[in-house]
Design a binder for this molecule. Structure first.
Ligand code: HXC
Length: 258
């Protein structure tokens, strides 16, 4: 599929997905979601980390496309919301680490996109917020739920009710972004984090992601059971034997992802 609204680039084992409609500050319309869906499906086993960012120098993603939404019916809104949920859920379900490089405005659906990633880093000029109530609506791509789980109900409600755009430093203070980087160092930092993760056993990283994600919605007992199962499963892998043998032999491990 040829893409008009996104770019998918491979850099060895790291893929970079750029939402690239800078004239509309990378706003997410249906066509963009379909392309993102296709791009996520197209990732092969040799892609071991994904960085998501925005094209141009102003925005990560400034939200869902308001021009597309302005006249839609409730039924169409439901469909649009379901499409966004599907794509962000697919992102969350990827068995590889995903990193949001928030290089500018991350508003509404744009913040929801970042929240669908495992790790969020922001440039000093990023501005984050959920302005939906200023438009008479609420977030519809999981933002009300993922933000609440990340920063707690009170901070999430504050952002949802006031529609305030917070800067990157504040976003770090409330635990919404992990670190704040100078704009020209953001991608480099995200690639370095990805490279560090890539040195580790990929099956183990995938299990770590899986048990955190599935465990987060469960009671502690059930979640701990998931961890026990995930831990045991890894003992059926060659990577476990290699990782431990390498430690004992005082050499770096050569993981195969098997
Ligand atoms: C469509 C958008 C857009 C958006 C910006 N543009 N955001 N188009 N949808 N979400 C377009 C503008 O219309 C404009 O087009 C161009 O991008 C540049 O934007 P400006 O507003 O001129 O830039 P600036 O003055 O710098 O202001 C930047 C901004 C502002 C603060 C980010 O654009 C803004 O407030 N955007 C909307 C943010 C928002 O409300 N997002 C939430 C959307 S609702 P032209 O053609 O005039 O140059 C949402 C719901 C998700 O996300 C759930 C749905 C189910």
């Amino acid at each position: 599929m040829a893409y008009e609204n996104i770019r998918l680039e491979k850099d060895g084992p790291i893929a970079v997905l750029t939402v690239d409609r800078p004239k509309a500050l990378n706003a997410l319309n249906s066509a963009t979601f379909h392309e993102m869906d296709d791009a996520l499906r197209s990732l092969k086993d040799d892609t071991r980390a994904l960085i998501v960012t925005g094209g141009g120098d102003k925005a990560f993603v400034a939200g869902a496309d308001i021009a597309e939404m302005v006249t839609i019916t409730a039924a169409q809104a439901r469909e649009f919301s379901a499409l966004g949920h599907h794509v962000f859920q697919s992102l969350e379900n990827l068995p590889i680490p995903t990193i949001a490089a928030v290089n500018g405005f991350a508003l509404g659906g744009g913040l929801e996109l970042a929240l669908g990633c495992d790790l969020i880093y922001a440039s000093e000029k990023a501005k984050l917020g959920l302005p939906e109530v200023t438009l008479g609506v609420i977030p519809g791509f999981g933002g009300t739920q993922r933000l609440t789980r990340l920063v707690g109900r009170s901070r999430a409600k504050e952002m949802l009710f006031t529609a305030d755009r917070i800067d990157a430093a504040r976003a770090k203070e409330i635990g919404l972004v992990l670190d704040v980087l100078p704009a020209d160092k953001l991608m480099e930092h995200c690639r370095a984090v990805a490279a560090k993760i890539l040195k580790n056993g990929p099956l183990a990283v995938a299990q770590a992601k899986r048990v955190v994600e599935y465990g987060a919605d469960q009671d502690l007992r059930s979640a701990n059971e998931l961890e026990r199962q995930g831990f045991a499963v890894l003992f059926g892998s060659e990577d476990q034997r290699e990782g431990m043998a390498a430690f004992l032999a005082k050499r770096p491990a050569a993981f195969q992802g098997k």
